[in-house]
Design a protein around this ligand. Sequence first.
Ligand code: GTR
Length: 418
Amino acid sequence: MARKVNKHVCLQLLLFLAAATVGFSQPAAGWKASPELVQKLSQSRQDVNYVEEKVPSYILPDPLITLSGEKITTAGQWLRYRRPEITELFTTHVYGRVPRTPCKITFNTVNVDKNAVEGAATLKQVDVNIEAAGRNLVIHLSLFTPNSVKKAPVFLLICNRAPDNIDPSRKIKSEFWPVEEAIARGYGMAAFHNADVDPDNYDGFKNGIHGILDTEPRSDDSWGTLAAWAWGASRCLDYLVTDKDVDNKKIAVVGHSRGGKTALWAGALDQRFSMVIPNESGCGGSALARRKYGETLEIINKGFPHWFCLNYRKFNGKEEDLPVDMHMLMALIAPRALYVAAAADDLWGDPKGSYLSLYHSLPVYRLFDKKVNLENFVPPLNKQIISGKTGFHIREGEHNLKLFDWNLFMDFADKVWK
Ligand code: GTR
């Protein structure tokens, strides 16, 4: 395979590092954090950096140089050598390892309504049943597919908000999961609630799927709750790929915030997801850790000690020692579709750092499609940018998942799935 590092590769590495740190400028046309907001947030939390000028200079690990120093130059080498290597690094140091406990997965369709959404859609409610060592857990999956489409592309939402937001009866309608709008555009909508898979609190990993699959004592790389939710998304996908009304080559995984971190990891691991959409996923998701802007590793590991594996805590305040950064997580999605979204008021989630992750994943996308190229500055507010199978927008307003965002996800899907 690839040649060992020589002078030429060293030069390329230097150029990459220079691009990673210096080549990114922010012209007036692009988005910049509002100075008033920066000031307000800085006053409210003096331990958090919101000032761009105070971002430390950093060097990103090169996604195209293997741990043994070999340069990856082709898509084949990437898929064969470097992709598994980076997946393993994220497993060991960030999200943790799924135990190998055998389990039985079965699907039970508990409700079908062919006349949902005023006759425009079919609703199926499916219990995804997981059974191991005499214990079981049920993920309640809802799926709406448009009656006008033979095999519909589907968005699967990992819902991290109250179950009302994914109400299958549609008595409650939330922009968080706009079923009616998606159906009108020919898309299917599926969702499950993250707490069905694992509770979102630090319970010593006694409950949820951990309580079922964790048979060995926990170690520093045992899976955390984000990895558990990602695993749950894949079990829902196990069902979706079998549904006759679903185009199983066009299934996107979508998540907001902690759900967005989960969507990225689920999409990185499970290549059956043909599109991955992390919305405002911030620290431990789309934002570059080395920028230490907004929420940092130390803050997230203290606030949410159950989300990541124990090893991740070793990098609290030492982000520069991480063998990975989030551009490499995004690179694991290549050559599949990846759409990253941010919100202007969500500086906690570092919109610029999220765009930079996407931008620095592009060398890997280019192994598959030479033409992929995004601007080297954060795009203007509310403007979608798309190149090849990658896309981005930054919406005005607060941390949330809104119809505005979904409409742009669907515009992106119209483009890359047609
Ligand atoms: C915050 C957390 C973020 C983000 C968010 C959410 O409190 O610090 O990382 O995940 O919650 O999920 O809404």
